[in-house]
Design a protein around this ligand. Structure first.
Ligand SMILES: [Zn+2]
Length: 282
């Protein structure tokens, strides 16, 4: 068993200054018997912290370990090469911080540049985008980001931008503060950037929605048949009770079983069109 020290959430990578937000007070305790597994875990942490593709994080870790890429690292490992314990320790301590040159190349983990600063998360022992509640500053405006399994919302300057469950949902801007400026006074660039952050947060909501569904509900088979998450069977064609829309299995899976036309939830999605399921009156 090894211990990973908590690492610093460095503000926008490339901004040259950490924002001093330690996103984990507790130490991670990770089971790893092989140094290769430890390197993989470090890469996983890095990918999550910097919002990088997993493969990109592996490449960075490989370079830091002195290899030209992950493939050659894995090859060398097979031949008996091992990172020195000191190297492993320093990687564990530094990965995710400014001292990782590979990570610095990525302009910003969220593509939002220097204007984004996280100040507080609830709970405080998780990474910012995994918190239920996030507080910070975007382009000089304080904001909060909250979410549940039904929607996520970004609030600032007396306004909230909300994204509902369906991946096809469009952001809704609504006034929540009594003294909020008129919507037209809100900077469109700010709204766009806030929506970008909100969209990143929404991905977690989407993953949570589908977490207890059968695999076939999100990954249709080769015939395009998808399994309804509420047990209405397998089909390549689905019908919305709400708007009579017809959609294929791939579309339903991709939109997490919400109607892409009207946003109806999975409970309104059936295998047969509505007119076929009406019980004949006696
Ligand atoms: Zn519909």
């Amino acid at each position: 068993m090894i211990r990973l020290t908590p690492f610093l959430w460095t503000g926008p990578v490339g901004s040259g200054h950490p924002i001093g937000f330690v996103f984990s007070q507790k130490e991670w305790i990770i089971m790893a018997t092989e140094p290769l597994d430890t390197l993989k875990l470090i890469a996983k942490r890095l990918a999550r912290a910097q919002q990088l593709p997993h493969i990109a994080a592996l490449e960075i870790v490989a370079c830091e370990a002195g290899k030209s890429n992950w493939r050659s690292l894995a090859e060398a490992y097979k031949q008996g090469w091992r990172p020195s314990p000191q190297k492993l320790e320093s990687l564990k301590a530094n990965i995710g911080t400014q001292s990782v040159p590979g990570a610095r190349k990525n302009a910003s983990p969220h593509g939002l540049g220097e204007g984004l600063v996280f100040s507080r998360c609830v709970p405080d022992h998780v990474e910012p985008l995994e918190a239920d509640e996030i507080h910070g500053e975007l382009d000089g405006h304080t904001f909060y980001l909250v979410g549940s399994e039904y929607s996520v919302a970004f609030g600032s300057q007396g306004w909230e931008i909300e994204l509902e469950q369906a991946p096809s949902a469009k952001p809704k801007v609504r006034r929540v503060g009594l003294r909020a400026k008129s919507a037209t006074a809100l900077d469109p660039v700010f709204i766009e950037r806030a929506t970008k952050l909100l969209t990143i947060r929404a991905r977690r909501m989407h993953a949570e929605i589908a977490s207890d569904w059968p695999r076939r509900s999100t990954q249709p088979d080769h015939k395009g048949r998808a399994l309804h998450p509420l047990g209405r069977g397998l089909s390549a064609e689905w019908h919305c009770l709400h708007c009579d829309g017809t959609h294929d299995g791939n579309t339903m899976a991709k939109n997490l079983w919400h109607c892409p036309d009207c946003g109806a939830s999975p409970i309104d999605i059936f295998r047969e069109p509505f007119f076929d399921v009406i019980e004949p009156s006696v």
